[in-house]
Ligand binder design. Structure first.
Ligand code: NAD
Length: 357
């Protein structure tokens, strides 16, 4: 029998690509219910789906911010039977905290956090009854938290750090080559001015960590997909919003730093390190099809140093100081962060990324 997959936020980007990939499965293993807030935006999906539309793919309206819309959509599904729920809908928010109203921040949480919670609350009871189902949540590297400490991994990471510090002492810094630049750019771009977005993704990760334990008892699986930058409309939408931002409340240094350092490097990083939505869709398919899917699935191995820093020092000091020195004291303690680069080769961290092959 076909597995019923319901996906949120399919009018563009990653959601659209997952919907098309699964609906076009050669073995026709999936029936995809592709949902979007506004069905008038269906054109791109309809074109990409081609003949799958009406066969292995159906369209439904669903606004994750509306209780009524969520209930209506799920009730319209035959027997409310959903095998795989993919919570993909999400929005970004960029800028100095001082310039963003709390009301605006709440809209991000209403989509990224409560939107996902609303969906799970509505779909989960039937999954629990059937003792079957898989819930996927599109998180982000920015939702990563360092709560879990795998002792073995930590020791290896610390081992790598030690070896690397020896190499640094021996003056072999240059070995790092172009990845040094990539890594620096990466750290500079990702840690600041995404505060509320990161918090919304952290919130959903915390929620999922808690839910996953209960769901296991009911044989319902839960997986987080954690992409780095992806070439979708996501970044452009945030940049458009910035054009309107007045930066009231923020001091000049912060605004200057944001406009002159953050924004240009943010564009560079999307260019240099972004993955395609098709790639994220393939990773997601791999997670769905895995016999024992992992809970956490990073898609971009360039981001493993960020995780590595949390593994390497569970007090949090290494991450905070490494980011600080890269941002505001560039060069002096660069070595600490560069040491973490070594962790890219740490096999325990490598295993954390998911790839379609
Ligand atoms: P996108 O903007 O192309 O897609 C987001 C989709 O969510 C859009 O179709 C949008 O209409 C929809 N959406 C927003 N609010 C909604 C609501 N209330 N109800 C229903 N749908 C709603 O961007 P994307 O990159 O495809 O983003 C998809 C997911 O991937 C998001 O959760 C995002 O946080 C996550 N993500 C994106 C990136 C990236 O760099 N693009 C990186 C990591 C994680």
């Amino acid at each position: 029998a076909q597995r019923v997959v319901l996906i949120t936020g399919c009018s563009s980007g990653i959601g659209l690509r997952i919907a098309v990939l699964l609906a076009k499965d050669e073995q026709r293993r999936y029936h995809v219910i592709a949902t979007m807030r506004n069905l008038q935006k269906k054109k791109e999906l309809v074109e990409a789906a081609g003949e799958a539309l009406g066969n292995t793919l159906t369209l439904q309206a669903l606004d994750v911010c509306s209780d009524d819309s969520v209930k209506q959509c799920i009730s319209s599904v035959k027997d409310r039977h959903i095998d795989i729920l993919i919570n993909n809908a999400g929005v970004g928010l960029l800028g100095p905290l001082e310039s963003i109203s709390v009301e605006r921040m709440k809209t991000v949480f209403d989509t990224n956090f409560f939107g996902t919670v609303r969906m799970i609350k509505e779909v989960m009871p039937d999954m629990k009854k059937r003792r079957a189902g898989h819930i996927i949540v599109m998180s982000s590297v920015m939702g990563m938290q360092g709560k879990r400490v795998d002792t073995r991994g930590r020791q290896r990471t610390l081992g790598s750090l030690f070896l690397y510090s020896q190499e640094l002492k021996a003056g072999e810094v240059e070995n790092v080559g172009s990845r040094q630049w990539e890594f620096t750019l990466l750290l500079r771009q990702r840690v600041v001015f995404n505060d509320i977005y990161a918090a919304s993704k952290f919130a959903i990760e915390g929620f999922c960590e808690s839910m996953a334990v209960q769901l296991l008892k009911f044989n319902v699986k839960m997986s987080l997909i954690e992409p780095g930058p992806v070439h979708t409309e996501f970044e452009a939408k945030m940049m458009d919003e910035l054009a309107e931002m007045e930066f009231s409340g923020a001091d000049q240094d912060t605004v200057r730093y944001f406009k002159d350092v953050y924004v240009p490097s943010s564009c560079d990083i999307f260019e240099a390190m972004g993955q395609t939505p098709e790639y994220i869709a393939k990773c997601t398919q791999k997670v769905i099809e895995s016999r024992s899917p992992r809970f956490r699935n990073l898609t971009n191995s360039l981001y493993t140093p960020i995780v590595a820093m949390k593994y390497a020092d569970e007090t949090g000091g290494l991450s905070v100081h490494a980011f600080y020195n890269l941002l505001f004291n560039f060069g002096s303690l660069m070595h600490v962060a560069m040491a973490v680069l070594k962790c890219l080769t740490c096999s325990c961290l490598r295993r954390r990324t998911v790839s379609p092959d």
